[in-house]
Design a protein around this ligand. Structure first.
Ligand SMILES: [Zn+2]
Length: 377
């Protein structure tokens, strides 16, 4: 069974591991990995379950596979063609929550280990780090494992993240970095009053618009040759007034900034504040408050032997891959300050969607691809 990625993935889907519950999925994986000779250690914190499995405990791994067993909720279950946690196979397609994000990748990696072992490959340098909280806040997930490995001096040399990186066919995209993420709220407080007596009010909305516009235009110089452009997106605007004859007391704009490694999150916070500062003096009756939170630092793995190894393995598996830095954030960022991180996984089209699914052919292709990587270590 361990060489069959579809059966492994199906079993994992049947554990309803909605963040942060592992719902028995990690116990199943521990049994499979123990059978392959891995030593498993748990680093659970509060409700989050974390597993680190190694072939050579006490030594840093050469390659550590990183993934998550948790899934997002199924949403409207009645909208699914097959029950989301049944793991139904129909017409060579496996349906279920987590099929591509990312139980399918975990199944494929374990199957690739079993196959590589059967072919006589020494897997001593391989480790696996899994968490049950990637889709949620993630604070008690991979960061806990990274800290534990760091304190024991066992950080791996290279990390392979199994997130669904592929676009149209398995292996068509290798992620070699991710943008950082910063969320913010700009709040302007004015003076509330009757719209018919503007001399008694100070409307906070025009200065809010001016401020957001200024921030929106501020990132044209933040470029990195290997990254998509930095984006500032206003995602919500609200005010304290719900009626048309009331000038609001306050107005706020919510925004998100996705940024390249050219500037750090802290640099951006400073830049945003420096931009706003001079502008606020034009509105002496208003108070401005800018709140910011860095939710992910960017990372980038430069071209080198590890990227070359992955690219070569992907090519040998018959895939024509481009390397990119698109998509949202991933747990790879927690390892990135210490080691090279690359991400290769299934196609992401149905991730988090109703009727999430993966073809058996794709699971087998990803298994082959992972096996090629293992054989090259
Ligand atoms: Zn994922």
């Amino acid at each position: 069974m361990l060489t069959n990625p579809t059966l492994l993935t199906q079993k994992l889907i049947q554990h309803q591991s909605i963040t942060p519950a592992e719902a028995g999925s990690l116990a199943a994986i521990e049994n499979w990995l123990a059978e392959l000779g891995f030593t498993c250690e748990r680093f659970d914190k509060e409700e989050t379950a974390n597993l680190y499995a190694s072939m050579a405990p006490g030594k840093p791994a050469k390659l550590c596979y990183v993934g998550h067993v948790d899934v997002v909720p199924a949403g409207d279950k009645s909208a699914w063609t097959y029950s989301p946690f049944e793991g139904k196979i129909a017409d060579d397609i496996l349906y279920g929550r987590g099929a591509v994000d990312m139980k399918g990748s975990i199944g494929a990696f374990i199957a690739s280990l079993a196959k590589a072992k059967a072919s006589g490959k020494d897997l001593t340098g391989v480790a696996i780090a899994l968490t049950s909280d990637e889709e949620g806040a993630g604070t008690h997930g991979i960061p806990v494992l990274v800290e534990a490995l760091k304190s024991q001096n066992h950080l791996p040399q290279h990390v392979l993240v199994g997130e669904p990186s592929s676009s149209k066919t398995v292996g068509d995209t290798i992620r070699v970095g991710r943008r950082g993420s910063l969320n913010g709220i700009l709040t302007v407080t004015g003076i509330q009053g009757h719209v018919a007596y503007p001399e008694n009010c100070e409307n906070p909305i025009p200065p809010l618009m001016t401020g957001l516009q200024l921030l929106n235009n501020a990132h044209t110089d933040d470029m990195h040759p290997a990254f998509p452009l930095t984006r500032f997106e206003v995602v919500g605007i609200e005010s304290s007034s719900q009626v048309s004859n009331l000038v609001p007391q306050w107005a706020k704009g919510l925004f998100s900034l996705r940024f390249t490694p050219t500037f750090s999150g802290q640099d951006h916070i400073e830049r945003l504040n420096n931009l706003l500062g001079p502008m606020t003096s034009g509105f002496p009756e208003c108070q401005f408050r800018l709140e910011t939170k860095i939710t992910a630092q960017p990372f980038y793995t430069k071209p080198g032997p590890y990227r070359a190894l992955i690219k070569e393995a992907v090519k040998e598996a018959g895939c024509d891959a481009t390397e990119d830095t698109g998509g949202g954030t991933s747990d790879g960022r927690h390892f990135a300050p210490y080691c090279d991180v690359v991400e290769v996984g299934l196609c992401n089209a149905t991730a988090h969607a109703i009727d999430e699914h993966v073809s058996i052919a794709d699971l087998e292709k990803l298994t082959e691809l992972y096996e090629k990587i293992l054989l090259k270590l």
